[in-house]
Design a protein around this ligand. Sequence first.
Ligand SMILES: [Mn+2]
Length: 370
Amino acid sequence: MPIDGRRGGRPGGAGGTRRGGRAAGAALGQVVEALRAGRRFALFLHLSPDGDSIGSTLALGLALERLGKRTVWVGADLPGDAYRFLPGSERFRLWNEVEEDWSQYDAAVLLDCADLDRVGPARSAIERIGRVINVDHHPSNRRYGDINYIEPGAAAVGEITARLIDALGVPLDAAMAYGLYTAILTDTGSFQYENTRPETLRLAARLLELGVEPQRVSQSVFEQRPLRVLRLLREALGTLEVGAGGRLAWMTVSRAMLDRAGAQRGDTEGFVNYPRSLAGVEVALLFLEEPDGRVRVSWRSNREVDVSQLAARFGGGGHARAAGCTLAGPLDRARVQVLQEVARYLEEQAAGTRDEGARGRAGPGGEGRL
Ligand SMILES: [Mn+2]
């Protein structure tokens, strides 16, 4: 489940192990140095890998091989069918289906993983490798690496990866460009979200000049849905509910619904955008019952609410406009817990705005009140 893609466009919000622009630059330099120095790298996808995880990993993997490095690209989940069009995507392997002596690798490279748990069981391979390079754009990143480069202002890790490849001195080719374009297209909601910056579009333009056909990417990623996904969506839309005076909307996908549709984990990607698209909605939620009975909650907000902070109250995190968390089941109880918390927050926020208005300081809708 992607927890990325949409956040406040804070410019230049880079950060390495220290704060500030110069320190951030140094940290990206550390990543470049480590990649130059090593000979073998294992690149890891996150669970239910999205376009940013897949596209960035693919592009960096190809670039490292161009420098003569040996790489494997692995994950606990393989890329979905929608990403098979990517040149090089056949190189991805399930982490436990490659016979590897993980200790031979110079470093594990994790792109787009806010937390080491995001790689799932592949974590044991990373522990065998022992050295971790962590490159990400989630503000909630836990800095679990030996080298951490976190740039919350980047729309996608794909943007950072493009700069990394440039710094490595590898000319971008069409295959890398397809990976990077897919990364930024998916994390910006097709260049619709507020994280789309001028440099995002400049990079996209450069990738098109390298041969990327945008309609090929959009059709492959968004318009090749299997029938089971629309069957599941039909059921999910039937669960749509609205609360908090129309500012909150949510949908639910239970295991029974997944079974009836013959659907799988990952088939709900993008579903949360339906409640989010309702007029007047500020916070949208999708409750997904996982195979183990836990409940995955996808959070979105439209303008004001920092859902990463609300999700953090349940042990999750992400971006201001897109976040995620996982609760213990059963589904009904988890849903009530989350809905009560959000409804209370939205009511307090509305009351605060009214108070400010009464004092003659009507602010922008309680922004930043969390
Ligand atoms: Mn991302």
